[in-house]
Design a protein around this ligand. Structure first.
Ligand SMILES: [Zn+2]
Length: 303
């Protein structure tokens, strides 16, 4: 399968002719996750032809490129992806493209490696869930403005204006979520979720964070992991645990069942968006709406 994909890339590269698909003069930009699609849309607006590969509820750790994706990728002027091996199964495809001089940009390159959280679970040695600190997303916003301006200098003023407006909204978001979290007593700030997507959130906003499946959904939680975490929940008297929209619900239900079998009760506090946004057109379909939803859900359930 892998070979077929690489052959497809090669053939597509030979026959691709950039800008053939969309001849409105706009740059063709391909993005991977819904989070990155949203960000590039906020900044590029109607000046770009943006195609997002992954939809709502799609898990980037497990996502494999289809042949349709490959043809979108080879006809792109710019490709934005998460980086740090977030898109574990696309790494090889991106590396192949880089060697063909296609413009692939990892948004994680916006951040100083010293500020990243280390992880032995990823080949990058870093936790790739960088978007859960609004400050990181601010740095990435400025980085995307810069990269789009380099690729399309004629629209620099538009990208800069949109970027400036978006940074203001992100500043307001950060202040709002901090105020919401302030209403939750410090000892209740423990977040248990299906996989370890919230370490940057925990570090930035003062939560202890535990994920059942580890950092990537590519590893399944074992029976012992479930039992250990159930004991932790009971010991810390945690009221609620959380489902994630891009991870099957059964992982958290198994944990709830393990807690309840020990004569304790833990609620499922709601669904958080971790590696994918909500449905397009709803508030949770944007980064800002998603973040507010998550914080409101967490704070309400843990009170
Ligand atoms: Zn993840």
């Amino acid at each position: 399968m892998k070979n077929i994909l690489l052959i497809t890339i090669f053939i597509s590269l030979i026959f691709s002719c950039k800008n053939d698909q969309n001849n409105n003069g706009n740059l063709n930009v391909v993005t991977t996750t819904t989070l990155i699609t949203d960000l590039v849309t906020q900044i590029g607006g109607d000046k770009l032809n943006i195609q997002g590969l992954m939809g709502t509820g799609v898990d980037p750790h497990l996502y494999k490129a289809s042949e349709g994706d490959v043809s979108k990728l080879v006809s792109a002027d710019l490709i934005f992806y998460g980086g740090l091996h977030l898109e574990g199964k696309l790494v090889e495809v991106f590396e192949k493209m880089q060697s063909q001089n296609l413009q692939t940009i990892a948004v994680s390159d916006a951040l100083d490696p010293k500020t990243l959280i280390g992880s032995e679970y990823f080949a990058s040695n870093y936790d790739p869930h960088i978007w859960f600190d609004v400050h990181n997303w601010e740095l990435i916003t400025a980085f995307v403005v810069e990269k789009l301006s380099e690729a399309d200098p004629g629209n620099t003023a538009v990208f800069e204006e949109n970027g400036k407006n978006y940074l203001e909204q992100l500043g307001a978001l950060d202040a709002e979520i901090r105020a919401t979290i302030e209403t939750l007593p410090k000892e209740k700030r423990i977040l248990v979720t299906a996989h370890d997507a919230f370490n940057y959130f925990g570090k930035a906003y003062g939560f202890e964070v535990v994920g059942l499946q580890g950092l990537s959904t590519a590893t399944e939680a074992g029976v012992q992991d479930v039992q250990n975490l159930a004991s932790f929940i009971i010991k810390k008297n945690i009221k609620a645990i959380f489902v994630e929209s891009s991870v099957p619900r059964r992982t958290i239900e198994a944990l709830q069942a393990a807690v309840n079998s020990k004569n304790h009760h833990v609620e499922i506090g709601g669904t958080l968006f971790s590696d994918a946004l909500g449905t397009r057109g709803t508030p949770e379909g944007t980064y800002i709406g998603m973040f507010k939803h998550n914080v409101n859900t967490i704070v309400k359930a843990l009170q």
